[in-house]
Design a binder for this molecule. Sequence first.
Ligand SMILES: NC(=O)c1ccc[n+]([C@@H]2O[C@H](COP(=O)([O-])OP(=O)(O)OC[C@H]3O[C@@H](n4cnc5c(N)ncnc54)[C@H](OP(=O)(O)O)[C@@H]3O)[C@@H](O)[C@H]2O)c1
Length: 215
Amino acid sequence: MKIGIIGSGVVARALASGLVALGHDVKIGTRHPAKEDLQAFLKKAGAKASSGSFTEAARFGDIVMLATSWSGTENAVKLAGTDALAGKIVIDVTNPLKVNPHGPPGLAVSGNDSAGEQVQRWLPQSKVVKAFNHVGNALMFKPELKGGPPDMFIAGNDASAKRTVTDDILKPFGWNVSDLGGIEMSRYLEALAMIWIVYGFSNNYWTHAFKLLKK
Ligand SMILES: NC(=O)c1ccc[n+]([C@@H]2O[C@H](COP(=O)([O-])OP(=O)(O)OC[C@H]3O[C@@H](n4cnc5c(N)ncnc54)[C@H](OP(=O)(O)O)[C@@H]3O)[C@@H](O)[C@H]2O)c1
C-alpha cells in the first residue's frame, strides 16, 4: 500500500520505519523535503521511503497519516489541500498540546471538542480515524512489553475506514485494537494521551503503554 505522512518529526519517522518494514511505500510530507537529517533518515530507510511536499504526500497515499505539531496542523492541512485528501482515510496522530514551561503540557482543546473533531471538520470529505496518539513514538511499531500486546483505542465516523486502519495498519504494527466510536471519542483519546504524558513526566519513564485487563 502507499502511505503518505504529513509531518517529518520523530512520530512521522517512527511510523515510516514501521510501514517500510511491513513492505509499504511511504512518502513523508514536509515544508523542507531536502533537509539534511530527513535525507539521512530516508537513505537508511531505503527505496520504499521518499519525501515531498505536504500535497505530494497527501496525493501519494492511499492512506494518509497526520503527524504534525498541533500549532502547525491546520496550516499543514491547508498546505496539503482538502482536495488531495478527499475520500481518503486520514489517521490523526496529533495531540493538541499546550506547552507549559513549569511541567507537563496541557490540552489546548478539550471538553466538548478535540483535535480529532477539528481535523474532521477541516477535512469534511476525508475519513478521519484517531489512532497512535496515546503512546510514545518509541513503541508505535511492534511494542514488545512484559505484559503482552498493549491496546490501541481508536475513534472515527466511518466504520469501514476504522476496519481498514485496524486490519492493515494497527494489527500488523502489533496492537490489540478497541474501537470506541465516533470521532468525538477523540476527546477521551487525547485525555488518555495526557495520562501517558503526565505518567512519563512524573516517573521519567517513556516506554509504557495502556492495556485493558479483562476477566
Ligand atoms: N512525540 C511522540 O512520541 C508522540 C506520540 C503520540 C502523538 N504525538 C503527536 O504527534 C504529532 C507529531 O509529533 P512529533 O513529535 O513527531 O513532531 P512535532 O515536532 O510535534 O511536529 C513536527 C511537524 O509539524 C510540522 N509543523 C510545525 N509547524 C508547522 C506549521 N506552522 N505549518 C505546517 N507544519 C508545521 C513540521 O513540518 P515541517 O516538516 O515542514 O517542519 C513537522 O513536520 C504531535 O501532534 C504530537 O503531539 C507525539
